[in-house]
Ligand binder design. Structure first.
Ligand SMILES: *Cc1c(COP(=O)(O)O)cnc(C)c1O
Length: 402
C-alpha cells in the first residue's frame, strides 16, 4: 500500500504567541529598543527576561546576549581561555561550537562520541591527560546528555573548567538537575530552530559572580551593568570593568519581549515535543535495522529532533535513503555525507581546526540520520513520518538482499 506523501514544511515553526506579539509591539511603540534605553524606574524587557530565565534555570545570574554562539564565545573568554589554550569539545557538534573556540584563540581538542551520540568520557579523560587541556566546551549535541555526574567527577579530578552548550537541551535534566547548571556556565540559544524563538538570541547562566561580571562587560555593557536583571552586585565589577574588553553582543528589548511569554509556556512545549519524539521513536525502534540512541533513566530529554543510526550502511544506500525520503516529503539529514549540507557539517569540514583522527566518531556519523520535529507537526503527522522512514529503510534492505 502506497502511503501519502508528507507535505508539511520542516522549517515551519509555530507562530509567536499573541501576547508576545503584543509585548513586542509595545516595545516598538515606546521606541526604547536598546536594552539600556529604559524609562526611569521601568525595568526593560531584557532585564526582566534575565530575571525570569535565572529563576527558571535555578541560577543566580543570567545574561542575555545576541546569539548562542556569542554566549559561548563570551563564556570561553570570561572563563579565562587565552590565545593558544587547548579546549576540549565533542567531535560531533554544530559548527558554532568549534567556531567559538577558534575565534577566541583557543585550539579545539576533539573528543570521540559514543553510539549514544554523547561525548566519550574515557576518551575525554585520556585526551585531557595527554594534552593537559584545562577547559571543556561540552556540547549536549542534539539534546543528548552524557553521564553528568561522571563527567563532573572527571572534571574535578583533572581540574577542567566545564562550559555547557545547551542549544538543544534548554529544559533537559540529568537526575532532575537542569542541563547548564553543572559546569561554570550554561550557554543557550533562542534562534528560530531552538526551544524558544526570537529569530536570534542567546542566554548565559552561571553561579559565579566574577565570571558573570566579566561576561557582562564582554557583552557590551557600557558600564551600565547596574541595569541587569540577574547580574552580580556592583562591587564585583570594581576591577573587572576596566580590565575587560567590550565585544558588543547584547540582546535588545524587542527580542526579550518575544521570549518572555514563550518561556512561561516552555513546559507545555517540552511535553509536546516529547509526545512527538516518543511516538516516532517507538515506531522506528520496531524495525530491527534501526538503532536509536538509548535514553538513560537519569535523562529527562527534550525531543525537538530525533536521531537514528543504520550501522554499516553504505554511502550509496545512505544517499538513496535520503533522496527517497526527500521524494516522499521527509527531510532527513545524513551526517556521513562527504560535504556539509545545511547544518550537517562534521569535523572534516572545520578546516580552521587542526585535523584530528576520530575513527569512532567517523564510523558513527557514517550511519547517522537526523530529523527535526517542529511543533507545527501533529501526532498523526509524526506517525506518517515514522512510517515513511520505516518503509524507506525496509525498501533498502529488500534491494540489498534481492
Ligand atoms: C544552534 C547551535 C548553537 C549556537 O546557536 P546560535 O544562536 O545559532 O549562535 C550552538 N550549539 C549548537 C549545538 C547549536 O545547534
Amino acid at each position: 500500500m502506497a502511503r501519502a506523501r508528507f507535505s508539511k514544511s520542516f522549517t515551519q515553526q509555530p507562530p509567536i504567541p499573541e501576547d508576545a506579539i503584543e509585548a513586542a509591539v509595545a516595545v516598538m511603540r515606546s521606541g526604547r529598543l536598546h536594552r539600556y534605553n529604559t524609562a526611569p524606574g521601568v525595568p526593560g524587557e531584557t532585564m526582566e527576561l534575565e530575571r525570569d530565565f535565572a529563576l527558571w534555570q535555578g541560577q543566580p545570574f543570567c545574561l542575555a546576549v545576541a546569539s548562542g554562539g556569542q554566549a559561548m564565545q563570551i563564556a570561553l573568554r570570561a572563563a579565562g581561555v587565552k590565545m593558544g589554550d587547548l579546549v576540549l569539545t565533542n567531535g560531533f557538534t554544530l559548527a558554532p561550537v568549534p567556531g567559538a573556540i577558534a575565534v577566541v584563540g583557543g585550539k579545539p581538542v576533539l573528543v570521540e562520541i559514543t553510539d549514544d551520540l554523547v561525548i566519550d568520557l574515557d576518551d575525554l579523560a585520556a585526551k585531557a591527560r595527554q594534552t593537559g587541556a584545562r577547559f571543556l566546551l561540552l556540547s549536549h549535541m542534539r539534546g543528548h546528555l552524557c553521564d553528568m555526574e561522571r563527567l563532573m567527577q572527571i572534571a574535578t579530578e583533572l581540574d577542567i573548567t566545564v562550559l555547557e552548550d545547551c542549544a538543544h537541551t534548554m529544559g533537559a535534566r540529568w537526575n532532575r538537575k537542569l542541563s547548564g547548571s553543572f559546569g561554570l556556565a550554561g550557554c543557550f540559544s533562542t534562534q528560530t530552530y531552538k526551544h524558544l524563538n526570537s529569530g536570534e538570541g542567546g542566554l548565559l547562566t552561571s553561579q559565579d559572580a566574577e565570571f558573570m561580571a566579566r561576561a557582562t562587560i564582554l557583552s557590551g555593557s557600557y558600564m551600565l551593568f547596574d541595569r541587569h536583571g540577574a547580574g552580580p552586585a556592583t562591587e564585583v565589577y570594581d576591577d573587572i570593568r576596566l580590565d575587560t574588553p567590550n565585544t558588543s553582543a547584547r540582546m535588545d528589548n524587542l527580542r526579550a519581549a518575544l521570549l518572555r511569554p514563550q518561556l512561561r509556556r516552555i513546559d507545555q512545549s517540552i511535553a509536546a515535543w516529547n509526545e512527538r519524539y516518543d511516538l516516532v521513536a517507538a515506531k522506528l525502534a520496531a524495525h530491527p535495522a534501526i538503532r536509536l540512541p538509548t535514553r538513560p533513566e537519569a535523562e529527562a530529554y527534550v525531543g525537538s529532533s530525533i536521531q537514528f543510526r543504520l550501522p554499516g550502511i553504505t554511502a550509496e544506500n545512505a544517499q538513496t535513503l535520503v533522496a527517497r525520503l526527500s521524494g516522499a516529503g521527509v527531510e532527513v539529514k545524513w551526517f556521513g555525507a562527504p560535504h556539509p549540507i545545511g547544518f550537517t557539517s562534521d569535523h572534516h569540514s572545520w578546516r580552521y581546526v587542526a585535523a584530528q583522527n576520530l575513527p569512532q566518531t567517523d564510523r558513527i556519523l557514517a550511519g547517522l540520520f537526523d530529523m527535526r520535529l517542529p511543533l507545527s507537526f501533529t501526532l498523526p503527522d509524526c506517525a506518517l513520518l515514522a512510517d515513511l522512514i520505516v518503509d524507506a529503510v525496509a525498501a533498502l534492505q529488500t534491494r540489498a538482499t534481492s
